[in-house]
Design a protein around this ligand. Structure first.
Ligand code: COI
Length: 356
């Protein structure tokens, strides 16, 4: 369906950044999508307007009580010129799951998908053409009602912005070093850990700083009650290959259900590689490491794609994982398969890509 989206033309077009200077989330395209919510009209006035600063009341509730949700997905340019999205319906459905937990009104998923497609179509010249690059799509909702009372807002803004990106960690192939955090926690049962809401990321910053001071790239979170079971990494889900079997923490309400996580599980099943979602303790991982059974560790995420882990630091132990760089690693095989599908280079056996 094609909804009627008002269009406001940009007077000036920005210069596009060179592929080498992309980084992650530093450059934004010429246009953005905006739609507002109030109780009388519901979600209304969908529009594509020039990318520009917002005017919001200082009392807008998002500034005070953080009522907000976001998503992250990517558009890819295939060699034959097609523009492809990867399982966009999953992100849109997950946004409504986040909205439900944050008491934000549900949004029509068909309208959001259509808005993503129309905005990306308009901005397709911004999709970079270089190894490991894509156009990152960031839909988000913020509470805009000016009010200092703590209650669900009555007014919101839904927006989509686009950013041409390279790899999240600088060098996609360089294994990352991850630190197991056992002082701070990210989420607790009954909380908002399974949602994409800014507060989860704000709460992670202190531990991220600590990990960086210790020379690591990211934090691996343990559960918030016993500080024993593995949950997820700062910006990705985590997988372990132990004795030939791939395992990942089972979704439990405090872990984000990543679209790449789900895709990896589905691909492994499709390949008949043993894969299990289960509760995994850090002690089990350490024991597997000591016994020489911990073959690989890798993270998955839209931004991170498949990120091999070269070192897992836990207390005073540094678990070295040399197989991270091996060309025949499962992480490399998954990276090639996933990016092959996303870029339309290989067949798409599970019908994941959506052409714009
Ligand atoms: C993504 O992978 O899209 C994310 O949302 C992670 C982000 C916090 C960088």
């Amino acid at each position: 369906m094609n909804q009627v989206i008002e269009f406001v033309k940009a007077d000036v077009k920005k210069e596009k950044p060179a592929v080498e200077s992309l980084g992650f989330g530093k450059h934004f395209t010429d246009y953005m999508f905006v739609m507002d919510y109030n109780e009388e009209e519901g979600w209304h006035q969908p529009r594509i307007t020039p990318y520009a600063p917002l005017v919001l009341e200082p009392a807008a509730m998002v500034f005070h009580y953080s009522q907000s949700v976001f998503e992250g997905l990517k558009a890819y340019r295939a060699k034959d010129g097609r523009v492809l999205l990867f399982r966009p319906e999953k992100n849109v459905a997950r946004m409504n799951v986040s909205c439900a937990r944050l008491s934000i009104p549900q949004i029509d998923e068909t309208i959001v998908l259509d808005a993503i497609k129309q905005l990306v179509e308009l901005e397709k010249d911004w999709i970079p053409d270089g190894e490991g690059t894509s156009l990152y799509i960031r839909p988000f909702i913020i509470a805009t009602e000016p009010s200092l009372g703590v209650h669900p807002a009555h007014e919101y803004k839904f927006m989509i912005i686009l950013s041409p990106v390279g790899s999240y960690y600088g060098d996609q192939l360089k294994p990352v070093r991850i630190y197991v955090e056992d002082e701070y926690v990210r989420a607790v049962p009954g909380g908002v850990g399974f949602t994409k809401t800014g507060g989860n990321y704000a709460a992670s910053l202190k531990a991220q700083e600590k990990a960086e001071e210790l020379g690591y790239d990211q934090v691996l979170w343990l559960d918030g009650v016993e500080r024993k079971y593995i949950e997820e990494v700062g910006s990705m889900n985590i997988f372990f290959k132990i004795n030939g079997e791939v395992v990942t923490p089972k979704l439990n309400g405090s872990i984000l259900g990543g679209v790449t996580r789900d895709s990896v599980i589905e691909l492994l099943k499709y390949w008949n590689v043993p894969v299990k979602e289960t509760k995994i303790s850090i002690d089990e991982i350490y024991n597997a490491y000591k016994n020489g059974q911990l073959e690989e560790v890798f993270g998955t995420g839209t931004a991170a794609v498949i990120s091999p882990v070269g070192e897992l630091g836990w207390k005073d132990v540094a678990m070295q994982l040399p197989h991270a760089e091996a060309p025949d690693s499962i992480a490399n095989r998954l990276y090639d398969a996933l990016t092959g599908i996303q870029l339309g280079k290989t067949e798409d056996p599970l019908n994941w890509t959506v052409e714009i």
